[in-house]
Design a protein around this ligand. Structure first.
Ligand code: ATP
Length: 254
């Protein structure tokens, strides 16, 4: 379980990015952080993994305040894929994914480490790039490498900052299906920043909707309503709450 209690954050004095954010999510839940550009989505994600230190409030994982975890403990618990993954280094895809096992490796990688790495490379369809350097990949291929790296970490919580922003539509669906499959089968928690309203609706149990420093938190069908979308994005949208493939049709700006 992950809880945020009374969270507030500012990069510098006088300009608060958000305040009074409260949430509690259970194992097996998928959560989307949404809201307009600059609302503080990435900032909130970085507060959860201690890259940003909240100016007020606490994050608790299974009841324990994250400030009590060492960096190594936290890196086993949390897998993070940042928004800016850059061009990467001149290391191979296999080496890059293996870096996800660092929190577990004492001296050298075990057979289990290697097995997990190759399994994840396969699941992300990266076999043919296994020995290609990261900086020779396309943006979408690189994004899949970073997702694979976060997943071999075997985390309890996955923090994904716009995980499908560089992917073509097929890989967007495959990636979100894969994340859902892993979250549900391993009973993890995923928290992702995502702009696409339909994918957010389809792949979330709960949503944190940010705007003007405040958060609306709840089940997706209670938060992603036409009136909340109008209020937060100034867009008229129709929600189709189809069981298997729900979608949100943003029609026009208000
Ligand atoms: N390192 C930083 N120092 C100072 N201000 C920052 C820093 N990073 C972000 N900000 C500011 O904090 C606010 C929230 O930024 P953040 O990146 O969290 O927004 P976001 O909701 O993720 O936006 P987007 O949808 O555009 O990615 C913005 O106004 C931004 O300019």
């Amino acid at each position: 379980m992950i809880e945020g209690k009374n969270l507030a954050f500012s990069y510098r004095k006088g300009r608060q990015i958000f305040s009074d954010i409260n949430f509690r999510f259970s194992d097996g839940e998928m959560i989307s952080i949404m809201g307009p550009n600059g609302a503080g989505k990435s900032t909130l994600l970085k507060c959860i993994n201690k890259i940003n230190k909240p100016t007020q409030g606490q994050i608790l994982i299974d009841g324990k305040n994250t400030i009590q975890f060492s960096d190594r403990e936290l890196s086993r618990l949390i897998g993070y894929v940042p928004q800016d993954i850059g061009k990467g280094f001149a290391i191979s895809v296999t080496e890059a994914v293996m870096l996800g096992r660092t929190p577990y490796i004492r001296f050298k990688a075990s057979d289990k480490d290697k097995e997990l790495v190759f399994e994840m490379i396969e699941r992300f369809g990266l076999e043919k790039y296994a020995f290609t350097n990261l900086n020779e990949l396309s943006g979408g291929e690189r994004q899949r490498v970073f997702l694979a790296r976060a997943l071999v970490q075997d985390p309890k919580i996955m923090l994904l900052d716009e995980p499908i922003s560089n992917l073509d539509i097929r890989y967007q669906i495959e990636t979100l299906d894969l994340v859902r499959d892993i979250v549900k089968s391993r009973n993890l928690i995923s928290i992702m920043v995502i702009h696409d309203l339909s994918f957010a609706y389809r792949y979330s149990d709960s949503v944190i909707l940010l705007k003007d420093g405040k958060a609306m938190v709840g089940k997706r069908e209670d938060v992603l309503t036409s009136s909340n979308i109008a209020e937060h994005y100034h867009v008229n949208a129709e929600i189709n709450d189809n069981q298997k493939y729900p979608y949100v049709n943003p029609r026009y700006t208000l």
